[in-house]
Design a protein around this ligand. Structure first.
Ligand code: AMP
Length: 464
C-alpha cells in the first residue's frame, strides 16, 4: 500500500517523501481512510506505531484544503484540537504536524504548562487552525476567554489511557463541554480497556475500533532480566551494568524526581554522559535533555515515568528499571522503548528486597516469568524466590504446597522449580563480574551509537 492510494494530497505526499516514509504503517493504513471519510475512530495503538501521522495527515488534509481559501487577514478560529497528556508529547506532535504540513498553509500552535501564557495567547490571537494542547493549560486559557473552541470540527484524544491515569477526566469533560457536539472524534490509546470504552461511549458517535496490538503486549524480541540486589548496592550495580557497554544509549527509570536527579549526578561523577528528565525540569531543560539523548550527546537518560511517557525515542537496545514502577502497567510503557520493529531489546530490572511485591505485580500483569539473574559480585544477602515475590504465602495455599501457578513457571533451563531463582550466568559481560565488564568497557570507544533507521516492520492491525 502507498500513501497515494490512501488519497492524500500531493503537498502531504511531498513532505512524506522528504521524510523517507516509504509506506503507511498499519495504523495509518487503517485510520487515514476512516478519518478522511469523517467517521469517529477509536484506535488501540502505542507510541512507535506511527499513530501521530495516522491522525495528523488526514487532519492536515482536511484543514489544508480550506486554508488555501482562507483570506490572509481573516481571523481563524481553531477547527482541530489534539489533546495529549504531557508537554513533551504535545511538542512532539506539533513538530510532526509542522513537518507533515510544511507545504500546506495550515496554522498550528501548542498550548501546554511550564512556559509563559503570553506566547500562546499571541498565537491564539493571530488565529490558528489546529491546536495541540495538554488539558490543564487549555483550561487556563478557556477560563481567561483566550480561546474559542466553538468552531472545532475535529477532536483527537491522544494517549487517552494516560490522560485518565493522570486524573485528567474532569478536565477532559470541561473541555468537551466547550466543543460543538457535531464534530469528528478520534481516540488513540495504548490499550482499549473498559475505562477507555466508557469514555468513548460518552463522547463519540459509534466509533470504528482498530486494535494494533494485544493489550499489554511487549515486543516479542525483548528479553527481561531481573537482577536482585541489596538496596544500598543498587547504584554500584547500575554503574557496573552501564560499564558493560558504555556506548549503548540507555534509558534508566527512577521512581522519583529527586531520585532521578541524584542518580544522574552520581552517573556523571563516574564519567557517564547522563541527563535527567522529570516534571521539575523546565520545558527547555526537558527538550534539551531529550535532544541530547536522541543525538547521542548523552548516553544515559534518567527519567521518571510521567516525563518519559510517549517520548518519541528511536529504538533503544536497553531500558533499565533502576526502581520498579509503583504501578505494574508502567512497566509495559517503559519497556515499550526497546525491542521495537523486530529488533532485539533488553529490559533490566534492579530489584531490592522491598520491591518483591512490585515485581510480583508485574509478572502477574505480563503473565510470564522474568528471568532472575543475580550479578556476580553483587549477589544480594537475601534470596528472591519466584513464589515469594508478592503476597505472603499464607494467603496462597497452592504455593505453600510448592506448586507453581501457571503464570509462575520459570523458563526451561533457568531454574529447577518455581521456588528457586536461577543462578544461570547471564549473557552480558557484566555478569562475569566487575573486572570483566570494566575490561570490556575500556576496550571500546566511548561513543554513542545511534539508530535512525526508518525501515521498521510494523505491528499488524488486529481488527475486532
Ligand atoms: P509515533 O507512533 O507517531 O510516535 O511514530 C513513531 C515514529 O515512527 C516517529 O519517529 C515517526 O516519524 C515514524 N513514522 C511514522 N510513520 C512512519 C512511516 N510510515 N514510515 C516510517 N516512519 C514512520
Amino acid at each position: 500500500m502507498t500513501f497515494e492510494s490512501l488519497g492524500l494530497a500531493p503537498a502531504l505526499l511531498r513532505a512524506l517523501t522528504e521524510m523517507g516514509y516509504a509506506e503507511p504503517t498499519p495504523v495509518q493504513a487503517a485510520a487515514i481512510p476512516l478519518v478522511l471519510e469523517g467517521d469517529d475512530l477509536m484506535a488501540g495503538a502505542q507510541t512507535g506505531t506511527g499513530k501521530t501521522a495516522a491522525f495528523a495527515l488526514p487532519l492536515l488534509q482536511r484543514l489544508g484544503v480550506d486554508a488555501e481559501f482562507t483570506q490572509r487577514n481573516q481571523i481563524r478560529r481553531p477547527r482541530a484540537l489534539v489533546l495529549t497528556p504531557t508537554r513533551e508529547l504535545a511538542a512532539q506532535i506539533h513538530d510532526n504536524v509542522r513537518t507533515y504540513g510544511k507545504y500546506l498553509r495550515v496554522r498550528s500552535c501548542t498550548i501546554f504548562g511550564g512556559v509563559g501564557m503570553g506566547g500562546q495567547l499571541q498565537n491564539l490571537r493571530r488565529g490558528v487552525d489546529l491546536i495541540v494542547a495538554t488539558p490543564g493549560r487549555l483550561i487556563d486559557h478557556l477560563q481567561h476567554h483566550n480561546v474559542d473552541l466553538s468552531a472545532i470540527e475535529w477532536l483527537v484524544l491522544d494517549e487517552a489511557d494516560r490522560m485518565l491515569d493522570m486524573g485528567f477526566l474532569p478536565a477532559l469533560k470541561q473541555i468537551l463541554g466547550a466543543l460543538p457536539r457535531q464534530r469528528q472524534t478520534l481516540l488513540f490509546s495504548a490499550t482499549l480497556d473498559p475505562a477507555i470504552k466508557t469514555l468513548a461511549a460518552q463522547f463519540m458517535r459509534t466509533p470504528h475500533e482498530v486494535q494494533m496490538a494485544a493489550p499489554n503486549a511487549i515486543a516479542a524480541g525483548v528479553t527481561h532480566r531481573v537482577h536482585p540486589v541489596d538496596a544500598e548496592r543498587k547504584r554500584d550495580l547500575l554503574l557496573h551494568v552501564l560499564a558493560a557497554d558504555s556506548r549503548r544509549q540507555t534509558l534508566v527509570f527512577a521512581r522519583t524526581k529527586h531520585g532521578a536527579d541524584k542518580l544522574c549526578r552520581h552517573l556523571e561523577q563516574h564519567g557517564f554522559r547522563a541527563a535527567a528528565i522529570h516534571g521539575n525540569k523546565s520545558q527547555n531543560q526537558r527538550t534539551r535533555a531529550l535532544a541530547d539523548f536522541k543525538h547521542g550527546k548523552v548516553t544515559v537518560l534518567v527519567a521518571t515515568d510521567i516525563a518519559a511517557r510517549g517520548l518519541d525515542i528511536d529504538q533503544l537496545p536497553v531500558v533499565v528499571n533502576y526502581d520498579l514502577p509503583m504501578v505494574a502497567h508502567d512497566y509495559v510503557h517503559r519497556i515499550g522503548r526497546t525491542g521495537r520493529a523486530g529488533a532485539e531489546g533488553l529490559a533490566l530490572s534492579l530489584v531490592s528486597r522491598e520491591e518483591e511485591g512490585l515485581l510480583h505485580d508485574i509478572r502477574k500483569l505480563l503473565g510470564q516469568e522474568l528471568v532472575i539473574e543475580p550479578v556476580a559480585g553483587f549477589e544480594p544477602t537475601w534470596t528472591l524466590r519466584q513464589d515469594r515475590a508478592g503476597a505472603p504465602p499464607a494467603r496462597r495455599p497452592s504455593q505453600r504446597a510448592g506448586k507453581p501457578r501457571p503464570s509462575q513457571h520459570v523458563r526451561r533451563g533457568h531454574a529447577k522449580n518455581a521456588a528457586e531463582a536461577t543462578l544461570r550466568p547471564a549473557n552480558p559481560a557484566y555478569a562475569r563480574g566487575p573486572q570483566a565488564a570494566q575490561a570490556d568497557a575500556a576496550s571500546r570507544p566511548r561513543k554513542a551509537s545511534r539508530n535512525h533507521s526508518r525501515n521498521r516492520s510494523w505491528a499488524k492491525p488486529q481488527p475486532r
